[in-house]
Design a protein around this ligand. Sequence first.
Ligand SMILES: [Zn+2]
Length: 342
Amino acid sequence: MVKYSWAKYNNKIVHINDVTIEMRKNGSFFNLISNKKMTAYLEGKFKPHFHHLNKVNFSNETYLHEAAKEVFKETYLDAVENKVPFYLEYPIKAVCDRHFKQTDIFCNIGTRTEAYDLTKTFDKIKVEEGFDEFKPDIQLLSTKKPTEVIFIEIVVTHKSTSKKLNSRNKIIEITIKNDSDVIGLKNKRLSFEQNNTEFYNFKLNSTTRDFCSLTKKGCREYRKVFILNKNGSYEFTEYYLESILAEIYSNQENIKFVDYHLDKFYNERKTESENQIEYLNYRNIQIRECELCRYAGYSRRRINKKEVRLSLFCKFKKELIQSENALSCEYFRTKDIKTEHS
Ligand SMILES: [Zn+2]
């Protein structure tokens, strides 16, 4: 037995929950399929529904299919007429070019959902009319782009044939199992994230633009970067692109050169420091370690009559140091090779 919750009223589709006693007094309800007169049952021990004065037999499938088609059509046309968006939400491959100009890096952020207002392109609709050898439930058509068409197929029992799906026509298949699926069509939104909605022959396009500026933290692309300062000191840094760049911008006047593409010089089988040394050699950059500085010395001590080298010591600053202090030390001077051997 069909539970009728949709009927026609003043030539528009209406849900039983939206019917008022006023409406019942002033107008008539008609069956969506047969156009036979119906009554709105509103109060009593049963749930509100429409019923026939005389018994008419339809399968529940036929009824749901018809109701969904009508609700979709009216909702869509209403959006077009009143300039309200009817969204198509679809996945795109998102590529961020926020820092491309400075770094030559596209930040890869994977799949994103884009919303597109269908009414911007598709301003016309056809119901149950032929297209090539097919007869889609609904066709969305465009005055601006006459070659564009989207088929809307309401699936209650029969899925679209593979011939139709392989036809290269864009098809959106909406599965309708019950009344609430029909009501869902009034949301003016078709999304690939909805379980009952399938998209066919839509391309997964990639879109490049500054996506990350909309986020609080900016580009989360993780990168190894080399920075050479004007005073000869350098830095290997590894962090989110956004943060590295912020530091670089704030320190720009001291920087001679930045390499954002270290990864391609790095050999996975080598340690970080081996890779760094190799990179510096490749760039012809003097390695800065205190051991290589002319001011470096060692604090010494006699232990058991033997002199033992202890900590690294800077003769210029007169303090104990760590080898990597040289990286940021303004007094770093390489040893004169001759004096070392004399
Ligand atoms: Zn980004």
